[in-house]
Design a protein around this ligand. Structure first.
Ligand code: HSE
Length: 370
C-alpha cells in the first residue's frame, strides 16, 4: 500500500476548521479499505493565534500558504480561503506543479474555470470542486458519473442557502430582511461579504459550475441575468434585494413561494441561463425547500427529472463534500469533470425568457415555475 496522502489545508474558517478537525480526529473514517490514509501536512491561516485557540496544533500551522503549495511533499492542496486572490494564484500554482487540488471556491471556479481546467489537463493534476455547489449535496459527481449516459437539457434549483433562509423567514415570520441576514451570518451560511449572496452573485457562480458539468461549457458569469423584469420592461433589483414582504404575501395568496432560482437550459445556439427570484408553486418540491436547504433538479434524456436536495451551506455539511473529494483523489478518481471532454473556452449565456410571470405589488414580474 502507498503511504498516506499528505493534505495541506489553506484556510481554517467555517469549512476549513471542520475539514481539519475530521482529518485530525477521525482519520480512520477517511481511509480506504484498499488505499492510503490521509494525514495533515499543514494548515495555512491568516490569524495564527485564533487557529491555536481553536485547537489546531501549532506545529501544523503557517501563515504562508505559498510554502505549503510549493512543498514537494504535499500531495493535495485543499483551498478553503474563498474569494478571488490569493486563492486563484495558489490553486493555479499547485496544479501547475502537478499537485491535486480540492476546493469549495465557487467564485474562483466560475471566474477562472477555463484557465484552471487547462492547467489541470496539461499537468494531469486532479481538480475537484464538489463543495463549490450545494454545500454537502453530491451533485457534480452524479452528473459526471451516474448520469453520464444522458443528454442534460436543463438544471435548475435553489443553490444559495443564505437567501433561501432569508426568504423562508420573511415568508413564515414576516421578519425584516436585515434582521434575518444577521441570523444567516451567525449560522455561518453567508459569505464574508453577504452582498454576493443577496445580489445573486454566489448563485450565478454556482450555476456556471453546474452548467460546465451538465453542458460541457463554461459560461461567463457576467452574462447571467440576475434581476426580474419590471412592469415597465426595465430590470428590477438584483438577487433578492428587491423582494418585499408584500410581494411574498401576494404570491402566497396565489399559491406561490418566492425563491431565488438558478436555471440553465440547453438552447439551439448555446445555453440560456438566469438567477432570478421566481414564483414557484408552493406545493412543489422547490416551493417546499425552506431554510438553508438547497435543491437542484436535473432534466436528462433518457432519465427524466432527478433531484438532489440537502444542506446547502454551513461548515459541517460542506466539509462532507470536501472530504469526499479528498477520498476520491486517494482513490485515483481524477477531476470533477471525470471523463467529460475538455472545455477551456468561455461563452456568454443566452437570455432565459419566462413563458409566464407573476406580477407583484412592487412592480416586479417574477417568472413562474410550476
Ligand atoms: N453563502 C453560501 C450560501 C455558502 O449561502 O449558499 C455555501 O456556498
Amino acid at each position: 500500500m502507498k503511504g498516506p496522502l499528505r493534505v495541506a489545508v489553506l484556510g481554517a474558517g467555517t469549512v476549513g476548521r471542520e475539514v481539519v478537525r475530521a482529518i485530525l480526529e477521525r482519520p480512520e473514517s477517511l481511509r480506504l479499505a484498499d488505499g492510503p490514509g490521509v494525514v495533515l501536512a499543514g494548515v495555512a491561516v491568516r490569524d495564527l493565534g485564533r487557529a491555536i485557540a481553536g485547537g489546531i496544533p501549532e506545529s501544523l500551522l503557517t501563515d504562508a500558504p505559498a510554502h505549503l503549495v510549493a512543498a514537494p511533499e504535499t500531495d493535495v492542496i485543499v483551498e478553503l480561503m474563498g474569494g478571488d486572490e490569493p486563492a486563484r494564484t495558489l490553486i493555479a500554482a499547485a496544479l501547475a506543479n502537478g499537485t491535486s487540488v480540492v476546493t469549495a471556491n465557487k467564485h474562483v471556479m466560475a471566474h477562472h474555470g477555463p484557465a484552471l481546467e487547462a492547467i489541470a489537463r496539461r499537468t494531469g493534476a486532479a481538480l475537484r470542486f464538489e463543495a463549490s455547489v450545494g454545500g454537502g449535496i453530491p451533485v457534480l459527481g452524479p452528473i459526471a458519473h451516474e448520469l453520464a449516459a444522458n443528454r442534460i437539457d436543463a438544471v435548475r434549483g435553489i443553490v444559495n442557502g443564505t437567501t433561501n433562509f432569508i426568504l423562508s423567514a420573511m415568508a413564515s415570520d414576516g421578519r425584516a430582511y436585515g434582521d434575518v441576514l444577521a441570523d444567516a451570518q451567525r449560522a455561518g451560511y453567508a459569505e464574508a461579504d453577504p452582498r454576493g449572496d443577496v445580489e445573486g452573485d454566489d448563485a450565478a457562480n454556482k450555476l456556471v459550475v453546474l452548467a460546465r458539468q451538465a453542458f460541457g461549457r463554461w459560461l461567463s458569469v457576467g452574462s447571467i441575468g440576475r434581476a426580474p423584469s419590471l412592469a415597465s420592461g426595465e430590470l428590477g433589483l438584483p438577487g433578492i434585494t428587491g423582494v418585499t414582504i408584500e410581494d411574498i404575501a401576494a404570491a402566497a395568496a396565489r399559491g406561490f413561494a418566492i425563491k431565488l432560482v438558478a436555471q440553465a437550459v440547453r438552447a439551439q445556439n448555446g445555453v440560456a441561463a438566469a438567477v432570478v427570484p421566481s414564483a414557484v408553486t408552493l406545493a412543489s418540491a422547490l416551493g417546499r425547500t425552506d431554510g438553508v436547504l438547497n435543491r437542484i433538479e436535473v432534466d436528462g434524456v433518457p432519465v427524466g427529472r432527478v433531484a438532489f436536495a440537502g444542506p446547502g451551506a454551513g461548515g459541517a455539511a460542506t466539509s462532507s463534500a470536501v472530504l469526499g473529494d479528498i477520498i476520491a483523489i486517494a482513490r485515483g478518481a481524477g477531476s470533477s469533470w471525470a471523463g467529460r471532454s475538455a472545455t477551456t473556452s468561455l461563452e456568454d449565456a443566452l437570455d432565459l425568457a419566462a413563458d409566464e410571470t407573476f406580477d407583484a405589488p412592487s412592480g416586479a414580474r417574477y417568472p413562474v415555475i410550476r
